[in-house]
Design a protein around this ligand. Structure first.
Ligand code: COA
Length: 162
C-alpha cells in the first residue's frame, strides 16, 4: 500500500520489515482490544476470504479523551480504489463509533495529496494543519491536515456531498 502511494504513515521506500513490524504490532493491539479493526473482504480464488480494505478506530486513552477515537490506516487495495469502498469503510467506522458510544472522531491526512479534499467531501471538518509536520524525504515535507467529525452527524458522512 505504501509503495503504491498510500499515505498511511510511511514514505514510499519504507523497508518491508518496518511495515511488517507495524502490522504485527497493530494486530497485537487489536487482539488486546486497544484498537478496533473494520475489514472488507472479497471471495478469493480458492474460496477463502481475501482482505481488500481496512480501517482502525483508536479510542482515546484516559478520562479526558475517552469520548473520542482516532481513525487510522484507512486503506483499499490499489486495484479496487475509486469504486466507493473507501467511503463505505469510513462510513462503517463512523457507525462503529456510534455503537461504541463515542462522541467524536478525529483523523489526520497527508497534505499534497487529494486526501484532505476526500475527507472534506465526506462532511469531515478540517480544524487545522501542522505546517511541515510530515517529512517523507529530506526534500519532501508536507503539511498534516487534521479533521474532526461529530458522530451524531454520521448520516451526513456516508457519501460525498456534491
Ligand atoms: C483513500 C482511500 C482509502 C479511498 O478509498 P477509495 O475506495 O479509492 O475511495 P472511494 O472509491 O470511496 O472514493 C472515490 C473518490 O475518491 C477519490 N480518491 C480516492 N483516493 C484518493 C486519493 N488518494 N486522493 C484523492 N482522491 C482520491 C476518487 O477519485 C473518487 O472521487 P469521486 O468520488 O469524485 O469520483 C484509498 O484511495 C486508499 O486506500 N489510499 C491509500 C491509503 C491512504 O492514503 N489512506 C488514507 C489515510 S489518511
Amino acid at each position: 500500500m505504501t509503495r503504491a502511494g498510500g499515505a498511511v504513515g510511511f514514505p514510499p521506500d519504507a523497508p518491508e520489515a518496518e511495515v511488517r513490524a507495524l502490522a504485527e504490532a497493530t494486530a497485537a493491539e487489536v487482539r488486546a482490544g486497544c484498537l478496533h479493526l473494520l475489514a472488507l473482504h472479497r471471495p478469493g480464488p480458492d474460496g477463502a476470504a481475501e482482505l481488500v480494505g481496512t480501517v482502525f478506530l483508536q479510542p482515546g486513552r484516559g478520562p479526558v479523551v475517552a469520548h473520542r477515537a482516532t481513525v487510522i490506516r484507512l486503506m483499499v487495495l490499489p486495484d479496487l480504489q475509486g469504486r466507493g469502498l473507501g467511503g463505505r469503510l469510513l462510513a462503517a467506522a463512523v457507525d462503529r463509533a456510534a455503537e461504541l458510544g463515542l462522541a467524536q472522531l478525529i483523523l489526520s491526512a497527508r497534505g499534497g495529496t487529494g486526501l484532505p479534499a476526500w475527507y472534506a467531501a465526506r462532511s469531515w471538518t478540517e480544524v487545522g494543519r501542522f505546517p511541515g509536520a510530515l517529512r517523507l524525504a529530506p526534500d519532501d515535507v508536507r503539511d498534516e491536515h487534521w479533521f474532526q467529525l461529530g458522530v451524531q452527524d454520521r448520516r451526513e458522512s456516508v457519501g460525498p456531498s456534491r
